[in-house]
Design a protein around this ligand. Structure first.
Ligand code: ADP
Ligand code: MG
Length: 302
């Protein structure tokens, strides 16, 4: 391998420059939820991410070119084309869950898509929808509507990204469903090459970027058992992900009990302020797949 300069660290990947045109992306075994890297690594997780991405890159290259040039023998490192990344997380949702479900309950819409009345939690949407969010260098990704996304990348590029993201989702979700796995939603990152061509980058249809549900247990009307980060509740019994996230967001949380249900208490003298703070906190947690829904109870103390 040629000398490679370390050029960056993501939460999960280390990036090295092989030359001006090529990067080496090394997927570690770190797991992050809500922008917080958990204390426990998951053996071989990085190899699973790299392998799954390569699987999907190979099968989707007729839909859109991708950044993958080659895999290395360690199974976790991939040589990629170095791209100018679009500042967008390109999310596609086929089912209504997480922050989309919360938005829908409150407004009947999510990210500017008005949805039919009467949907239950985890219901399949009549059509998959494109719901981009910002890719924040610092802080947290925020859901935005198509106008805001258009301002970030230009409206022609945005239309192209939307069309391709939906096509990728349709293709992979059919492939997976035929094998018993529902891809409820997924996130792509795209870059642009020297010829201004759109290229699929980062990772594709991994448990870090997607919600996978076992189709055999699928039952709308509740949250679904899943193959993705919900297991973090088990891996992180002390709730460091939730507590770390809240701390980063500026919330002082005393105590938390974590399992399938995260139970935490906040003290605040002002009732309305407390409710507003809690709602803001939960909305921010929902924006990532860390929690599925929330309830707030205000208790008066003498
Ligand atoms: N082909 C590429 N060219 C340039 N940057 C890329 C490419 N593919 C992925 N990236 C960037 O590399 C980083 C991958 O590391 P990761 O740990 O997944 O980061 P993050 O913490 O943002 O999820 C991301 O910032 C991603 O945007
Ligand atoms: Mg990433």
């Amino acid at each position: 391998m040629p000398e490679a300069a370390h050029v960056g660290s993501g939460k999960v990947r280390e990036l090295y420059a092989l030359d001006d045109e090529r990067l080496l992306l090394v997927a570690s075994d770190r797991i992050s939820t809500f922008d917080v890297v958990l204390p426990t690594e998951i053996p071989d997780k990085g190899r699973v991410l790299t392998g799954l991405s390569a699987f999907w890159f190979a099968r989707t290259s007729s839909i859109v070119p991708n950044h993958l040039l080659g895999l290395q023998a360690d199974g976790r490192s991939s040589e990629c084309r170095r791209l100018e990344m679009l500042p967008l997380e390109c999310v596609v949702r086929g089912y209504i869950t997480g922050s989309g479900w919360k938005d829908y309950q409150a407004t009947g819409a999510t990210s500017g898509h008005t949805l039919p009345a009467g949907l239950r939690e985890s219901d399949r949407l009549p059509e998959p929808i494109f719901t981009p969010s910002t890719k924040a260098d610092e802080g947290h990704d925020e859901n935005i509507d198509l106008d805001q996304a258009g301002e970030l990348v230009g409206s022609d590029r945005l239309q192209e990204v939307e069309r391709i993201a939906l096509e990728l989702y349709r293709f992979a979700s059919e492939h997976a469903l035929a094998r018993g796995i529902i891809i409820a939603d997924t996130k792509f990152e795209f870059g642009v090459d020297g010829e201004s061509q759109l290229v699929l980058a980062d990772e594709a249809f991994t448990p870090d970027s997607s919600r996978f549900w076992p189709a055999a247990d699928y039952e709308p009307g509740r949250a679904q058992p899943s193959f993705d980060k919900q297991f973090v509740g088990i891996l992180d019994p002390q709730g460091e992900a939730v507590l770390g996230s809240l701390k980063q967001l500026g919330f002082a949380v005393g105590d938390a009990r974590v399992g399938r249900v995260v139970d935490l208490e906040l003290q605040n003298g002002d009732r309305e302020q407390a409710r507003a703070d809690l709602e803001r906190m939960c909305e921010q947690l929902l924006a990532n797949p860390l929690i599925e829904s929330y309830e707030i109870e205000l208790v008066e103390e003498e």
